[in-house]
Design a protein around this ligand. Structure first.
Ligand code: ADP
Length: 328
């Protein structure tokens, strides 16, 4: 029914804090020109509002010197909540060192009046989440292309001992060529000592995507394999149009995760006929034993990427944000 369709199946439960204090957290709209301090500091003219997250607000920013457009992530320098300040600090520390074609490029960060500005690659085509909401589900060639790009980014991170820990469709941004750029490194962690890892674990991600060992804190869960679990959830969600583990409450989601209780849609309930290869790929990632999950390299070797009709499109048209592409 129409009422049924309106339910937003992807929305995580809103954190209580965000409801209680809506906009004291977020920075006010920026002045029309922001200037990086120092003698050769750059000037940006601020433009279109792009979106807001837990504590950041994003705007377009045009580099005055050459007209190049970036995303400016604006955060109040004086962050009232300690957890948020910490999230932002790890984000800057880790993100600033990464350089990969499928990771949002961090260009620079500076303070201007009461705010910190982070200059990022602009991703003008929204996120994979927006696309799946609009389209309900994606076609197999699109899913293959996104998964391959995502695996490239994850391989790069894992090789450098970084775990993203909050991979979800809303953090997979789309650049102007519809290529994936992984963003939001606020929960990322260097794979550190067990003590540090435990401490960081207490800042938890969106429960829909959470791996079982993160719920069960006694089990460690500082392994990079949490990201591989999330890849399985993302792949399922792109194909089915809803995440594998969903429920009204966090406890119910956790229970489903721990029991590996997920059901693929029947063929007549879904625009896609989801092939068995896709299902075996997803189930290999959704393994309760983190050691048994594949590496990013093993994922791209999976038969799902090599089956008939096995095309991986060389590029995607931005029109496919709204409309199912026709593969010729
Ligand atoms: P937070 O860390 O507070 O959750 P996000 O990094 O998720 O903030 O950014 C908030 C919103 O801003 C995103 O949901 C998205 O709409 C937009 N956004 C973030 N980064 C970019 C980018 N590089 N290009 C375009 N829009 C972006």
């Amino acid at each position: 029914s129409a009422a049924h369709r309106k339910v937003d199946r992807h929305a995580p439960p809103a954190p209580a804090a965000a409801k209680a204090a809506p906009s004291k957290i977020h920075a006010p709209p920026p002045p029309s020109i922001v200037r990086e301090p120092g003698e050769d500091g750059e000037e940006y003219s601020t433009g279109l509002f792009l979106g807001k997250g837990g504590f950041a607000v994003c705007y377009e920013g045009k580099l005055v010197r050459n007209g190049r457009v970036f995303a400016l992530k604006v955060v109040r320098s004086e962050m009232t909540q300690k957890k948020m300040a910490e999230k932002f600090r790890t984000e800057l520390e880790i993100h600033s060192k990464l350089r990969h074609p499928n990771i949002v490029r961090f260009h620079r960060a500076f303070a201007f009046f009461d705010c910190t500005y982070v200059v990022l690659d602009l991703c003008p085509n929204g996120s994979v989440m927006d696309m799946v909401r609009k389209r309900k589900s994606l076609t197999l060639p699109e899913v293959r292309r996104f998964m391959i790009q995502l695996c490239g980014a994850v391989k790069y991170l894992h090789k450098r001992n970084v775990a993203h820990r909050d991979l979800k469709m809303g953090n997979l941004f789309l650049d102007r060529n519809m290529d994936i750029k992984v963003g939001d490194f606020g929960l990322a962690a260097m794979i550190l000592s067990e003590k540090e890892a435990k401490r960081r674990q207490t800042l938890c991600g969106t429960p829909n995507y959470i791996a079982p060992e993160v719920i069960d804190k006694s089990k460690g869960g500082h392994n990079q394999k949490v990201d591989i679990w999330s890849l399985g959830v993302i792949c399922f969600a792109m194909l089915a149009g809803f995440p594998p583990f969903q429920s009204k409450t966090q406890e119910e989601i956790y229970k489903k995760v721990k029991n590996l209780n997920y059901v693929w849609p029947k063929d007549n309930e879904c625009a896609n006929d989801i092939p068995i290869e896709a299902k075996t790929l997803v189930s290999s990632c959704l393994n309760l034993d983190e050691e048994k999950r594949p590496s990013a390299d093993e994922i791209v070797d999976h038969e799902f990427f090599n089956m008939y009709p096995g095309c991986i499109p060389r590029s995607l048209d931005p029109a496919c944000k709204q409309m199912k592409p026709v593969w010729l």
